[in-house]
Design a protein around this ligand. Structure first.
Ligand code: ADP
Ligand code: MG
Length: 482
Protein backbone atom coordinates (compact mmCIF):
# COMPACT_ATOMS: atom_id res chain seq x y z
CA UNK A 1 0.00 0.00 0.00
CA UNK A 2 1.12 3.56 -0.72
CA UNK A 3 0.99 5.88 2.29
CA UNK A 4 0.72 9.62 2.58
CA UNK A 5 2.25 11.34 5.58
CA UNK A 6 0.43 14.32 7.13
CA UNK A 7 2.16 16.69 9.54
CA UNK A 8 1.09 19.79 11.46
CA UNK A 9 3.37 21.76 13.76
CA UNK A 10 2.73 23.75 16.91
CA UNK A 11 5.75 25.86 17.77
CA UNK A 12 6.34 27.67 21.05
CA UNK A 13 8.47 30.76 20.63
CA UNK A 14 9.70 32.55 23.75
CA UNK A 15 9.41 36.29 23.34
CA UNK A 16 12.39 38.44 24.29
CA UNK A 17 10.68 40.92 26.59
CA UNK A 18 12.43 42.25 29.71
CA UNK A 19 9.70 41.11 32.03
CA UNK A 20 7.25 38.24 32.16
CA UNK A 21 3.91 38.27 30.38
CA UNK A 22 1.64 39.09 33.33
CA UNK A 23 4.02 40.70 35.84
CA UNK A 24 7.12 42.86 36.06
CA UNK A 25 9.30 39.90 37.11
CA UNK A 26 12.65 39.41 35.40
CA UNK A 27 12.33 37.40 32.18
CA UNK A 28 16.01 36.52 31.73
CA UNK A 29 17.13 32.93 31.24
CA UNK A 30 18.78 30.91 34.00
CA UNK A 31 19.63 32.01 37.54
CA UNK A 32 19.20 30.15 40.83
CA UNK A 33 15.98 28.09 40.90
CA UNK A 34 13.01 30.38 41.68
CA UNK A 35 15.16 33.54 41.71
CA UNK A 36 12.71 35.01 39.17
CA UNK A 37 9.53 33.51 40.59
CA UNK A 38 6.96 36.18 41.36
CA UNK A 39 3.63 36.30 43.20
CA UNK A 40 1.70 35.45 40.01
CA UNK A 41 3.92 32.47 39.20
CA UNK A 42 3.51 31.17 42.76
CA UNK A 43 -0.24 31.80 42.71
CA UNK A 44 -0.19 33.86 45.89
CA UNK A 45 -3.74 34.74 46.88
CA UNK A 46 -4.79 38.14 45.61
CA UNK A 47 -2.02 38.47 43.03
CA UNK A 48 -3.48 39.82 39.78
CA UNK A 49 -2.01 39.54 36.28
CA UNK A 50 -1.48 42.56 34.01
CA UNK A 51 -0.65 42.07 30.34
CA UNK A 52 2.83 43.07 29.19
CA UNK A 53 2.43 45.28 26.14
CA UNK A 54 5.80 44.24 24.72
CA UNK A 55 4.54 40.68 24.34
CA UNK A 56 1.38 41.83 22.54
CA UNK A 57 3.41 43.96 20.14
CA UNK A 58 5.80 41.13 19.31
CA UNK A 59 2.92 38.75 18.61
CA UNK A 60 1.30 41.35 16.34
CA UNK A 61 4.58 41.93 14.49
CA UNK A 62 4.80 38.22 13.83
CA UNK A 63 1.26 38.18 12.47
CA UNK A 64 1.95 41.08 10.14
CA UNK A 65 5.16 39.48 8.89
CA UNK A 66 3.32 36.35 7.74
CA UNK A 67 0.43 38.23 6.17
CA UNK A 68 -2.04 37.11 8.82
CA UNK A 69 -4.99 38.94 10.29
CA UNK A 70 -4.04 40.61 13.57
CA UNK A 71 -7.09 40.72 15.82
CA UNK A 72 -8.12 44.09 17.20
CA UNK A 73 -9.57 42.24 20.13
CA UNK A 74 -8.27 38.95 21.52
CA UNK A 75 -9.10 37.25 24.78
CA UNK A 76 -7.10 35.43 27.45
CA UNK A 77 -8.47 32.13 28.69
CA UNK A 78 -7.64 29.76 31.49
CA UNK A 79 -6.45 26.35 30.40
CA UNK A 80 -6.99 24.19 33.47
CA UNK A 81 -4.79 21.26 34.38
CA UNK A 82 -2.91 19.98 37.37
CA UNK A 83 0.85 19.82 37.45
CA UNK A 84 3.33 20.59 40.25
CA UNK A 85 5.12 23.22 38.15
CA UNK A 86 1.84 25.09 37.62
CA UNK A 87 0.79 26.36 41.07
CA UNK A 88 -2.23 28.29 39.77
CA UNK A 89 -3.76 25.09 38.39
CA UNK A 90 -4.25 26.77 35.04
CA UNK A 91 -2.15 28.28 32.30
CA UNK A 92 -3.22 31.61 30.86
CA UNK A 93 -3.52 31.20 27.10
CA UNK A 94 -5.80 32.27 24.27
CA UNK A 95 -8.40 29.87 22.97
CA UNK A 96 -11.38 31.12 21.00
CA UNK A 97 -10.06 34.55 20.10
CA UNK A 98 -6.30 34.41 19.43
CA UNK A 99 -4.29 37.47 18.48
CA UNK A 100 -3.14 36.13 15.08
CA UNK A 101 -5.31 34.33 12.51
CA UNK A 102 -4.19 32.72 9.26
CA UNK A 103 -1.11 33.73 7.31
CA UNK A 104 1.42 31.63 5.45
CA UNK A 105 5.11 30.96 5.11
CA UNK A 106 7.02 30.01 1.93
CA UNK A 107 9.73 27.49 2.70
CA UNK A 108 12.54 26.18 0.52
CA UNK A 109 12.60 22.39 0.87
CA UNK A 110 15.90 20.71 -0.01
CA UNK A 111 15.38 16.93 0.11
CA UNK A 112 18.55 14.84 -0.14
CA UNK A 113 19.19 13.76 -3.71
CA UNK A 114 16.11 15.51 -5.12
CA UNK A 115 15.41 18.91 -6.62
CA UNK A 116 14.72 21.72 -4.16
CA UNK A 117 11.20 23.20 -4.25
CA UNK A 118 9.13 25.85 -2.50
CA UNK A 119 6.41 24.71 -0.11
CA UNK A 120 3.83 27.21 1.08
CA UNK A 121 2.66 26.33 4.60
CA UNK A 122 -0.68 27.74 5.73
CA UNK A 123 -0.90 28.79 9.35
CA UNK A 124 -4.00 28.37 11.44
CA UNK A 125 -3.30 30.83 14.21
CA UNK A 126 -0.81 32.13 16.73
CA UNK A 127 -1.78 32.91 20.28
CA UNK A 128 -0.16 34.46 23.32
CA UNK A 129 0.36 32.41 26.45
CA UNK A 130 2.55 32.04 29.50
CA UNK A 131 5.15 29.32 29.83
CA UNK A 132 4.96 26.85 32.71
CA UNK A 133 7.66 26.19 35.30
CA UNK A 134 10.03 23.27 35.24
CA UNK A 135 10.08 20.10 37.30
CA UNK A 136 13.64 18.99 37.98
CA UNK A 137 13.46 15.28 38.64
CA UNK A 138 16.00 13.59 40.86
CA UNK A 139 17.71 16.69 42.23
CA UNK A 140 17.92 14.55 45.36
CA UNK A 141 17.28 10.81 45.12
CA UNK A 142 13.55 10.29 44.82
CA UNK A 143 12.73 13.99 44.93
CA UNK A 144 11.57 16.46 42.32
CA UNK A 145 12.26 20.18 42.55
CA UNK A 146 10.02 22.84 41.10
CA UNK A 147 11.69 25.83 39.44
CA UNK A 148 9.35 28.68 38.52
CA UNK A 149 11.91 30.88 36.76
CA UNK A 150 10.44 30.01 33.38
CA UNK A 151 6.84 30.28 34.58
CA UNK A 152 5.16 33.34 33.15
CA UNK A 153 7.66 33.77 30.34
CA UNK A 154 5.76 35.10 27.31
CA UNK A 155 5.24 32.69 24.44
CA UNK A 156 3.51 32.70 21.13
CA UNK A 157 2.27 29.32 20.03
CA UNK A 158 2.21 29.15 16.25
CA UNK A 159 -0.05 26.47 14.77
CA UNK A 160 0.02 25.23 11.17
CA UNK A 161 -2.65 23.49 9.17
CA UNK A 162 -1.97 19.78 8.61
CA UNK A 163 -0.34 20.44 5.23
CA UNK A 164 3.20 19.11 5.39
CA UNK A 165 3.91 15.71 3.91
CA UNK A 166 7.45 14.77 4.87
CA UNK A 167 10.08 15.31 7.53
CA UNK A 168 11.96 17.45 4.98
CA UNK A 169 8.99 19.79 4.62
CA UNK A 170 8.47 20.03 8.38
CA UNK A 171 12.15 20.81 8.98
CA UNK A 172 12.18 23.39 6.16
CA UNK A 173 9.15 25.05 7.74
CA UNK A 174 10.69 25.02 11.23
CA UNK A 175 13.94 26.51 9.94
CA UNK A 176 12.17 29.22 7.95
CA UNK A 177 9.98 30.09 10.92
CA UNK A 178 12.99 30.22 13.23
CA UNK A 179 14.88 32.49 10.83
CA UNK A 180 11.86 34.79 10.61
CA UNK A 181 11.22 35.23 14.34
CA UNK A 182 14.93 35.89 14.94
CA UNK A 183 14.95 38.28 11.97
CA UNK A 184 12.03 40.19 13.48
CA UNK A 185 13.92 40.43 16.76
CA UNK A 186 10.99 39.12 18.78
CA UNK A 187 12.96 36.21 20.30
CA UNK A 188 16.53 35.27 21.13
CA UNK A 189 15.80 32.07 19.21
CA UNK A 190 18.22 30.01 21.27
CA UNK A 191 17.21 26.39 20.75
CA UNK A 192 19.31 24.98 23.59
CA UNK A 193 17.65 27.35 26.05
CA UNK A 194 14.23 26.25 24.87
CA UNK A 195 13.36 29.52 23.13
CA UNK A 196 11.96 27.58 20.16
CA UNK A 197 10.21 24.24 20.77
CA UNK A 198 8.11 22.24 18.37
CA UNK A 199 5.23 19.87 19.07
CA UNK A 200 4.82 17.83 15.94
CA UNK A 201 1.60 16.05 14.98
CA UNK A 202 2.05 13.10 12.65
CA UNK A 203 -0.46 10.82 10.95
CA UNK A 204 -0.51 8.60 7.89
CA UNK A 205 -3.29 7.64 5.49
CA UNK A 206 -3.57 5.53 2.35
CA UNK A 207 -2.69 7.59 -0.74
CA UNK A 208 -5.87 9.06 -2.20
CA UNK A 209 -7.77 9.00 1.11
CA UNK A 210 -9.09 12.46 2.04
CA UNK A 211 -9.97 11.82 5.68
CA UNK A 212 -7.10 12.46 8.10
CA UNK A 213 -5.63 9.48 9.93
CA UNK A 214 -5.32 9.33 13.71
CA UNK A 215 -2.38 11.43 14.82
CA UNK A 216 0.28 11.21 17.47
CA UNK A 217 1.89 14.30 18.87
CA UNK A 218 5.58 14.38 19.69
CA UNK A 219 6.20 17.05 22.30
CA UNK A 220 8.98 19.53 22.88
CA UNK A 221 11.41 18.85 20.08
CA UNK A 222 14.11 21.50 20.30
CA UNK A 223 16.52 20.71 17.48
CA UNK A 224 16.04 20.48 13.72
CA UNK A 225 18.01 17.24 13.65
CA UNK A 226 15.76 15.64 16.27
CA UNK A 227 12.68 16.94 14.45
CA UNK A 228 13.74 15.15 11.29
CA UNK A 229 14.61 11.94 13.14
CA UNK A 230 11.47 11.94 15.31
CA UNK A 231 9.16 12.30 12.31
CA UNK A 232 10.97 9.65 10.30
CA UNK A 233 10.76 7.22 13.22
CA UNK A 234 7.11 7.99 13.94
CA UNK A 235 6.03 7.61 10.30
CA UNK A 236 7.66 4.21 10.10
CA UNK A 237 6.15 3.13 13.42
CA UNK A 238 2.62 4.07 12.37
CA UNK A 239 2.86 2.44 8.94
CA UNK A 240 4.23 -0.77 10.41
CA UNK A 241 1.56 -0.78 13.09
CA UNK A 242 -1.27 -0.43 10.57
CA UNK A 243 0.22 -2.90 8.12
CA UNK A 244 0.46 -5.42 10.95
CA UNK A 245 -3.28 -5.05 11.51
CA UNK A 246 -3.10 -2.63 14.45
CA UNK A 247 -4.51 0.88 14.82
CA UNK A 248 -2.84 4.13 15.83
CA UNK A 249 -4.18 5.55 19.08
CA UNK A 250 -4.17 9.30 19.61
CA UNK A 251 -1.30 9.91 21.97
CA UNK A 252 1.32 12.30 23.19
CA UNK A 253 4.80 10.88 22.72
CA UNK A 254 8.35 11.94 23.50
CA UNK A 255 11.36 11.61 21.23
CA UNK A 256 14.38 10.00 22.86
CA UNK A 257 17.50 10.95 20.88
CA UNK A 258 19.68 8.42 22.74
CA UNK A 259 17.64 5.53 21.39
CA UNK A 260 16.32 7.34 18.28
CA UNK A 261 12.71 6.42 19.00
CA UNK A 262 9.47 7.98 20.20
CA UNK A 263 7.79 6.65 23.33
CA UNK A 264 4.28 7.18 24.68
CA UNK A 265 3.99 9.83 27.39
CA UNK A 266 0.26 10.03 27.98
CA UNK A 267 -3.02 9.68 26.16
CA UNK A 268 -3.95 12.95 24.54
CA UNK A 269 -6.45 15.28 26.18
CA UNK A 270 -9.16 16.79 24.04
CA UNK A 271 -9.55 20.52 24.42
CA UNK A 272 -12.73 20.03 26.46
CA UNK A 273 -10.67 18.35 29.18
CA UNK A 274 -8.99 21.69 29.81
CA UNK A 275 -12.28 23.42 30.64
CA UNK A 276 -11.20 26.64 28.91
CA UNK A 277 -12.96 29.83 29.96
CA UNK A 278 -12.09 33.55 29.71
CA UNK A 279 -9.81 34.67 32.54
CA UNK A 280 -11.90 37.07 34.65
CA UNK A 281 -8.73 38.75 35.98
CA UNK A 282 -7.66 40.04 32.56
CA UNK A 283 -9.22 42.55 30.20
CA UNK A 284 -9.45 41.64 26.52
CA UNK A 285 -6.30 42.50 24.63
CA UNK A 286 -7.06 45.44 22.35
CA UNK A 287 -5.08 46.89 19.45
CA UNK A 288 -6.59 49.71 17.39
CA UNK A 289 -6.50 49.68 13.59
CA UNK A 290 -4.13 52.60 13.78
CA UNK A 291 -1.76 50.83 16.17
CA UNK A 292 -1.71 47.80 13.89
CA UNK A 293 -0.97 50.06 10.90
CA UNK A 294 1.92 51.69 12.78
CA UNK A 295 3.37 48.29 13.57
CA UNK A 296 3.06 47.26 9.94
CA UNK A 297 4.96 50.35 8.84
CA UNK A 298 7.65 49.73 11.44
CA UNK A 299 8.45 46.21 10.27
CA UNK A 300 11.99 45.68 8.97
CA UNK A 301 12.54 44.47 5.41
CA UNK A 302 11.44 40.83 5.56
CA UNK A 303 13.45 37.85 4.32
CA UNK A 304 11.19 37.29 1.31
CA UNK A 305 11.35 41.00 0.40
CA UNK A 306 15.12 40.97 0.59
CA UNK A 307 15.13 37.73 -1.42
CA UNK A 308 13.34 39.57 -4.24
CA UNK A 309 15.57 42.64 -3.95
CA UNK A 310 18.82 40.67 -4.20
CA UNK A 311 17.64 39.12 -7.44
CA UNK A 312 16.24 42.30 -8.93
CA UNK A 313 18.77 44.88 -7.81
CA UNK A 314 21.96 42.90 -7.20
CA UNK A 315 21.40 40.46 -10.05
CA UNK A 316 21.87 37.39 -7.87
CA UNK A 317 20.36 33.99 -8.61
CA UNK A 318 17.39 32.74 -6.58
CA UNK A 319 19.70 30.16 -5.03
CA UNK A 320 22.23 32.75 -3.84
CA UNK A 321 19.48 35.10 -2.67
CA UNK A 322 17.89 32.23 -0.74
CA UNK A 323 21.09 31.41 1.12
CA UNK A 324 21.93 35.04 1.85
CA UNK A 325 18.50 35.66 3.37
CA UNK A 326 18.37 32.44 5.38
CA UNK A 327 19.41 34.31 8.52
CA UNK A 328 19.39 37.91 9.61
CA UNK A 329 23.09 37.83 10.47
CA UNK A 330 24.16 36.58 7.06
CA UNK A 331 21.79 39.00 5.33
CA UNK A 332 23.17 41.98 7.24
CA UNK A 333 26.75 40.93 6.58
CA UNK A 334 26.09 40.60 2.87
CA UNK A 335 24.27 43.94 2.69
CA UNK A 336 27.07 45.81 4.47
CA UNK A 337 29.64 44.23 2.18
CA UNK A 338 27.63 44.74 -1.01
CA UNK A 339 27.31 48.46 -0.25
CA UNK A 340 31.09 48.81 -0.31
CA UNK A 341 32.00 46.87 -3.44
CA UNK A 342 30.98 46.97 -7.09
CA UNK A 343 30.77 43.29 -7.88
CA UNK A 344 27.71 41.94 -6.00
CA UNK A 345 28.13 38.39 -7.26
CA UNK A 346 31.71 38.40 -5.95
CA UNK A 347 30.41 39.67 -2.60
CA UNK A 348 27.85 36.85 -2.51
CA UNK A 349 30.57 34.31 -3.32
CA UNK A 350 32.80 35.58 -0.52
CA UNK A 351 29.99 35.38 2.03
CA UNK A 352 28.77 31.93 0.95
CA UNK A 353 32.33 30.67 0.45
CA UNK A 354 35.18 31.94 2.64
CA UNK A 355 33.10 33.58 5.36
CA UNK A 356 30.76 30.64 5.71
CA UNK A 357 33.61 28.10 5.70
CA UNK A 358 35.58 30.06 8.30
CA UNK A 359 32.49 30.32 10.52
CA UNK A 360 31.87 26.59 10.28
CA UNK A 361 35.40 25.95 11.45
CA UNK A 362 34.99 28.12 14.53
CA UNK A 363 32.55 26.43 16.87
CA UNK A 364 29.99 28.72 18.42
CA UNK A 365 31.08 31.87 16.56
CA UNK A 366 28.23 33.87 15.06
CA UNK A 367 28.63 36.00 11.96
CA UNK A 368 28.07 39.17 13.98
CA UNK A 369 31.38 38.44 15.73
CA UNK A 370 33.31 37.40 12.62
CA UNK A 371 36.93 38.59 12.94
CA UNK A 372 36.79 39.75 9.31
CA UNK A 373 34.18 42.50 9.25
CA UNK A 374 32.32 43.43 6.05
CA UNK A 375 34.43 46.63 5.97
CA UNK A 376 37.69 44.69 6.05
CA UNK A 377 36.46 42.19 3.49
CA UNK A 378 35.47 45.07 1.22
CA UNK A 379 39.04 46.41 1.47
CA UNK A 380 40.39 43.01 0.52
CA UNK A 381 37.98 42.70 -2.41
CA UNK A 382 38.82 46.18 -3.63
CA UNK A 383 42.51 45.26 -3.68
CA UNK A 384 41.57 42.44 -6.03
CA UNK A 385 39.52 44.65 -8.31
CA UNK A 386 42.24 47.32 -8.52
CA UNK A 387 44.75 44.63 -9.48
CA UNK A 388 46.97 44.86 -6.38
CA UNK A 389 46.46 41.21 -5.46
CA UNK A 390 44.77 38.24 -7.07
CA UNK A 391 42.02 36.09 -5.62
CA UNK A 392 44.45 33.57 -4.21
CA UNK A 393 46.34 36.33 -2.42
CA UNK A 394 43.06 37.81 -1.21
CA UNK A 395 42.15 34.50 0.43
CA UNK A 396 45.50 34.51 2.23
CA UNK A 397 44.88 38.01 3.55
CA UNK A 398 41.38 36.96 4.62
CA UNK A 399 42.74 33.93 6.49
CA UNK A 400 45.37 36.04 8.24
CA UNK A 401 42.85 38.65 9.42
CA UNK A 402 40.48 35.88 10.51
CA UNK A 403 43.30 34.31 12.53
CA UNK A 404 43.74 37.58 14.41
CA UNK A 405 46.36 39.61 12.50
CA UNK A 406 45.45 43.24 13.03
CA UNK A 407 48.13 44.95 11.01
CA UNK A 408 45.66 46.01 8.32
CA UNK A 409 44.95 44.82 4.80
CA UNK A 410 47.62 46.80 2.93
CA UNK A 411 50.33 46.08 5.50
CA UNK A 412 49.42 42.38 5.29
CA UNK A 413 49.67 42.38 1.50
CA UNK A 414 53.24 43.71 1.88
CA UNK A 415 54.13 41.41 4.75
CA UNK A 416 52.92 38.29 2.92
CA UNK A 417 54.52 39.40 -0.36
CA UNK A 418 51.26 39.17 -2.27
CA UNK A 419 51.53 42.29 -4.37
CA UNK A 420 51.08 41.50 -8.02
CA UNK A 421 53.57 42.59 -10.62
CA UNK A 422 51.89 45.70 -11.94
CA UNK A 423 54.64 46.55 -14.43
CA UNK A 424 53.22 45.39 -17.79
CA UNK A 425 56.69 45.36 -19.34
CA UNK A 426 57.96 42.89 -16.74
CA UNK A 427 55.04 40.53 -17.33
CA UNK A 428 55.47 40.87 -21.08
CA UNK A 429 59.09 39.80 -20.78
CA UNK A 430 58.00 36.69 -18.87
CA UNK A 431 55.39 35.90 -21.49
CA UNK A 432 57.98 36.19 -24.27
CA UNK A 433 60.35 33.91 -22.41
CA UNK A 434 57.66 31.27 -21.80
CA UNK A 435 56.59 31.34 -25.46
CA UNK A 436 60.19 30.93 -26.61
CA UNK A 437 60.78 27.96 -24.30
CA UNK A 438 57.51 26.17 -25.05
CA UNK A 439 57.31 26.01 -28.81
CA UNK A 440 55.45 22.63 -28.83
CA UNK A 441 52.69 24.05 -26.62
CA UNK A 442 52.36 27.06 -28.88
CA UNK A 443 52.02 24.69 -31.85
CA UNK A 444 49.33 22.71 -30.05
CA UNK A 445 47.42 25.89 -29.30
CA UNK A 446 47.62 27.00 -32.91
CA UNK A 447 46.24 23.65 -34.04
CA UNK A 448 43.18 24.32 -31.88
CA UNK A 449 43.92 22.88 -28.44
CA UNK A 450 42.47 25.28 -25.84
CA UNK A 451 44.15 23.28 -23.06
CA UNK A 452 47.53 24.37 -24.33
CA UNK A 453 46.57 27.99 -23.74
CA UNK A 454 45.77 27.29 -20.10
CA UNK A 455 49.07 25.49 -19.75
CA UNK A 456 50.88 28.55 -21.08
CA UNK A 457 49.05 30.77 -18.59
CA UNK A 458 50.19 28.36 -15.90
CA UNK A 459 53.80 28.63 -17.04
CA UNK A 460 53.75 32.43 -16.94
CA UNK A 461 52.13 32.43 -13.50
CA UNK A 462 54.83 30.05 -12.34
CA UNK A 463 57.53 32.32 -13.70
CA UNK A 464 55.89 35.23 -11.88
CA UNK A 465 55.63 33.11 -8.72
CA UNK A 466 51.89 33.66 -8.70
CA UNK A 467 52.15 37.42 -8.56
CA UNK A 468 51.10 38.39 -12.05
CA UNK A 469 47.53 39.40 -12.66
CA UNK A 470 45.84 36.47 -14.41
CA UNK A 471 43.79 38.91 -16.45
CA UNK A 472 46.91 40.66 -17.70
CA UNK A 473 48.65 37.36 -18.50
CA UNK A 474 45.62 36.22 -20.48
CA UNK A 475 45.46 39.44 -22.37
CA UNK A 476 49.14 39.48 -23.27
CA UNK A 477 49.14 35.83 -24.34
CA UNK A 478 46.16 36.39 -26.59
CA UNK A 479 47.86 39.37 -28.15
CA UNK A 480 51.11 37.50 -28.82
CA UNK A 481 49.47 34.36 -30.11
CA UNK A 482 47.23 36.31 -32.43
P1 ADP B 1 -4.83 20.23 19.79
O1 ADP B 1 -6.09 20.70 20.38
O2 ADP B 1 -4.42 18.89 20.19
O3 ADP B 1 -3.72 21.21 19.89
P2 ADP B 1 -5.35 21.02 17.07
O4 ADP B 1 -6.59 20.66 16.36
O5 ADP B 1 -5.15 22.39 17.54
O6 ADP B 1 -5.16 20.00 18.25
O7 ADP B 1 -4.16 20.63 16.12
C1 ADP B 1 -2.86 20.70 16.54
C2 ADP B 1 -1.92 20.48 15.37
O8 ADP B 1 -2.08 19.18 14.83
C3 ADP B 1 -2.16 21.42 14.21
O9 ADP B 1 -0.91 21.85 13.72
C4 ADP B 1 -2.87 20.58 13.18
O10 ADP B 1 -2.56 20.98 11.88
C5 ADP B 1 -2.27 19.22 13.45
N1 ADP B 1 -3.16 18.09 13.11
C6 ADP B 1 -4.46 17.93 13.43
N2 ADP B 1 -4.92 16.77 12.99
C7 ADP B 1 -3.89 16.12 12.39
C8 ADP B 1 -3.72 14.86 11.76
N3 ADP B 1 -4.71 13.98 11.66
N4 ADP B 1 -2.50 14.57 11.26
C9 ADP B 1 -1.48 15.42 11.37
N5 ADP B 1 -1.57 16.61 11.95
C10 ADP B 1 -2.76 16.97 12.46
MG1 MG C 1 -2.54 22.61 20.45
Amino acid sequence: MQWEVVIGLETHVQLSTHSKIFSGADNSFGGEPNAHACAIDMALPGALPVINRGAVIRAAQFGLAIGAKVAERSVFDRKNYFYPDLPKGYQISQFELPIVLGGELSCLVTPKGKDPYVKVVQLTRAHLEEDAGKSNHGIRPGETGVDLNRAGTPLIEIVTEPVMHSADEAVAYAKTLHALVVWLGITEGNLQNGNFRCDVNVSVRPKGETKLGTRCEIKNVNSFKFLQAAIEYEVERQIELIEDGGTVVQQTRLYDPDHDETRPMRSKEDSMDYRYFPDPDLLPCVLTKQEIEELRKGLPELPREMFERLQKEDGLSAYDAGILTSSRGVARYYDSLAHLVKDKKAAANWVMGEVNAALNQTEGLSIEDAPVTPETLAQIMNRVSDGTINLKGAKKVFAAVWAGDQSGVDALIGKLGLKQISDTGAVEAMVDEVLAKNAPMVEQYKSGKQKAFNALVGQVMKAARGKASPALVNQLLHKKLG
